[in-house]
Ligand binder design. Structure first.
Ligand code: G6P
Length: 353
C-alpha cells in the first residue's frame, strides 16, 4: 500500500502533490460539442466540495460572460421548482459522476427542457452518460475521501466553460488564458514551500474551533477550508463571508481562536476591506493565519502567521489559495491521530439521496 501511495503517508497527500499535473492535463481538455450561443442563464448544481467549485465558477461566468448564473446545492435544487427553459444551461459538477442528489437535479433540469453539461472526473459514469455533453477533468483516480485534485481540476474546467461562454457572446477575458497556463508551475512553487504550513497544523490541532474568512471568491475558499477540517479533523470549523462578521460570527471569537483569512491581491478593490476584517478579529483575541499574495506587506502587522501564494488574477486565486487549506486540514487531522483517507461516517461517493 505504501507504494500505491507513492511514498506518502496518505493518498490525500499524494493527491495534493499531483495537483500541478492534474491542472496541466485539464487545461488541455477538449471542449465538448455544445452550442453555447443560445445560453441565457446558467445554473450550476453540485454537492460538497464540487459545490464550492461551482460557487467560484459562478463568479467567473457572470464576470466574463455577463450571463446570470445561479449556483445551487443539488439536494435543494428540485424543491424550489426552479425557473428553467431551453435557454438554460445546467452544469452538473461531480468528481465521481455517481452522486445521487446531483443526478436527480440533472434529471429534473432535463425534464424541464434545459441542456445539461457535466463536469466529471470519472469516464462513463452515470452523470456524464445522462448529460447532453461532458467535459472530463483529468485528475486521475482520486482515492482519498476528501477531494483535492478533483476540486482544482473542476475549477479549471469551469474557467474553460466561462471563457467559452464569454467568447460565444463576443466577450473576452484578457490575460486569463496566460494566467491559467502559469498555474501548474505556481502550484509547484507553493507545494515546495508547504513545510511551514505543517508547523501551523500542530497548533491548530488543539483548538476548540477554527474559523475561516474570505470575500468574493475567497468566501467559497473559506467554506472549503472549513469543510475539509470538519471532514478530516472532526473539529468545529465554519467559513464566513468576512463582511458578515459583525452580523454574528464575531461573537464566536475569544482569546486564541484561530481564524484563517483569505486575502485578495493588494491591487484588488476588496483587499483593504479584508485587511480591516483581520484587524477586527485580532482586536478580539483571534490568532490570525493569513493567506495572502506574495509580497503583500499590508497584512504582516495583523498576522500571527502568513502563508504567501503566487500572484494571479482575482478570479483564479482559488486555484492557489485552496492548497494551503488542504494541507492544513490533512496535517491537523494527522496530528490528532485520525485516518485522513477514510474519515468516519463519510463515503467517497454518496449514491443515496
Ligand atoms: C462526498 C465526498 C465529497 C464530495 C461530494 C460530492 O460527500 O465525501 O468529498 O465533494 O461527495 O461528490 P462528487 O463525486 O459528486 O463530486
Amino acid at each position: 500500500a505504501a507504494a500505491e501511495k507513492g511514498g506518502y503517508d496518505f493518498y490525500m497527500l499524494k493527491e495534493i502533490a499531483e495537483q500541478p499535473q492534474a491542472v496541466a492535463a485539464t487545461l488541455l481538455t477538449r471542449m465538448p460539442d455544445l452550442d453555447f450561443s443560445g445560453v441565457q442563464k446558467v445554473i450550476i448544481v453540485a454537492c460538497g466540495t464540487a459545490y464550492h467549485a461551482g460557487m467560484i465558477a459562478g463568479y467567473a461566468i457572470e464576470q466574463w460572460a455577463r450571463i446570470g448564473c445561479d449556483v445551487e446545492l443539488a439536494s435543494e435544487f428540485r424543491y424550489r421548482d426552479p425557473l428553467i427553459d431551453e435557454g438554460t444551461l445546467v452544469i452538473a459538477i461531480s468528481q465521481s459522476g455517481e452522486t445521487m442528489d446531483t443526478l436527480m437535479a440533472l434529471r429534473h433540469a432535463k425534464a424541464q427542457g434545459a441542456r445539461v453539461l457535466a463536469i466529471c472526473n470519472t469516464n462513463g459514469s452515470t452523470i456524464p452518460r445522462e448529460s447532453d455533453a461532458v467535459l472530463y477533468t483529468h485528475g486521475g483516480p482520486e482515492i482519498a475521501v476528501a477531494s483535492t485534485k478533483a476540486f482544482l481540476t473542476q475549477l479549471v474546467a469551469c474557467y474553460l466553460v466561462g471563457l467559452r461562454l464569454a467568447a460565444a457572446r463576443g466577450l473576452s477575458a484578457p490575460g486569463v488564458q496566460e494566467a491559467l497556463r502559469a498555474v501548474p508551475d505556481q502550484l509547484r512553487t507553493l507545494l515546495e514551500s508547504s513545510g511551514a504550513i505543517r508547523e501551523l497544523a500542530y497548533d491548530l490541532a488543539t483548538a476548540r474551533q477554527v474559523l475561516f474568512l474570505g470575500r468574493h471568491v475567497g468566501y467559497p475558499v473559506a467554506l472549503e477550508g472549513a469543510l475539509k477540517l470538519k471532514e478530516l479533523a472532526y473539529m468545529h470549523a465554519e467559513g464566513f463571508a468576512a463582511g458578515e462578521l459583525k452580523h454574528g460570527p464575531i461573537a464566536l471569537i475569544d482569546e486564541g481562536t484561530p481564524v484563517i483569512c483569505v486575502v485578495p491581491a493588494p491591487t484588488d478593490a476588496l483587499h483593504d476591506k479584508m485587511v480591516s476584517n483581520i484587524q477586527e478579529v485580532r482586536a478580539r483575541g483571534a490568532r490570525t493565519i493569513v493567506i495572502a499574495e506574495q509580497g503583500d506587506e499590508a497584512v504582516a502587522p495583523f498576522a500571527d502567521a502568513v502563508i504567501p501564494v503566487p500572484a494571479t488574477p482575482a478570479l483564479l486565486a482559488p486555484l492557489l489559495t485552496t492548497v494551503p487549506m488542504q494541507i492544513l486540514a490533512c496535517e491537523t487531522a494527522a496530528a490528532r491521530g485520525h485516518d485522513v483517507d477514510q474519515p468516519r461516517n463519510l463515503a467517497k461517493s454518496v449514491t443515496v439521496e
